[in-house]
Design a protein around this ligand. Sequence first.
Ligand SMILES: C[S@@+](CC[C@H](N)C(=O)[O-])C[C@H]1O[C@@H](n2cnc3c(N)ncnc32)[C@H](O)[C@@H]1O
Length: 232
Amino acid sequence: MGQEDRGEPHITAVKAERMNNPDVPSPSSNYVHKARFFQERASRWLDASFTGEELRRLEALLSPFDLGEGQTILEPGCGGGRLTSWLAERVGETGQVVACDLSERLLRGARERVRANNVLWKLGPVEELELREGSLDRVLCFQSFPHFEDQAGILERFFRWTRPGGKLAILHLISRERVNAIHRSAGEAVGSDVLPSGQEITGLLTAAGWTPSLISDGAEEYAAMASKQDTT
Ligand SMILES: C[S@@+](CC[C@H](N)C(=O)[O-])C[C@H]1O[C@@H](n2cnc3c(N)ncnc32)[C@H](O)[C@@H]1O
């Protein structure tokens, strides 16, 4: 997708610039509790970086996702930005990463860490993000999908925001059982945040219009990938 076609992400850059402005509206009340939860644990995600082994696994898992120069990628729940810098390198100067997180502390930290000029930082719940229809090439939910309040609804929005031929991936480097157990034991704001089973995510993706292409609900990782069919 060419630079001139991106539209909305460039317009919203103005809002991203207002991140340092205390007048920026805070997330709606539903998300305040969750934002506080991640805010209080921000150092964990700000200090997180990938091991060589994790990077190799990521590269392998994302191979069918066809990341490339010039793409516009949405990364909801970017946390401390460890994946954001990796994505920013892949899309290069002609591409853009739209990195969104509801924790202000994490987003600030990520912004300081990444220092790439092809990242658009968006503070707030991804559910409240406004993007132009068909403006994304890829949506990558890395270790964030269980936290979205309305999973069916957000998959529909991702579908609308993605161009025909675009792709979505939901990825975790640990099993679904482990993800769900970690959330259950953390309790509080994330206690009921769950990663759907392979069968459930297939149903959710299909209902939202996506065509599932790879569902791996394994012992070492969880990957759900889908594409938006190009019907032209
Ligand atoms: C488990 S952390 C993962 C962070 C990052 N993806 C990583 O792997 O390093 C989940 C992140 O999702 C963010 N998050 C949770 N719910 C969100 C929502 N509704 N919209 C945007 N971000 C959200 C949290 O603030 C947190 O930074």
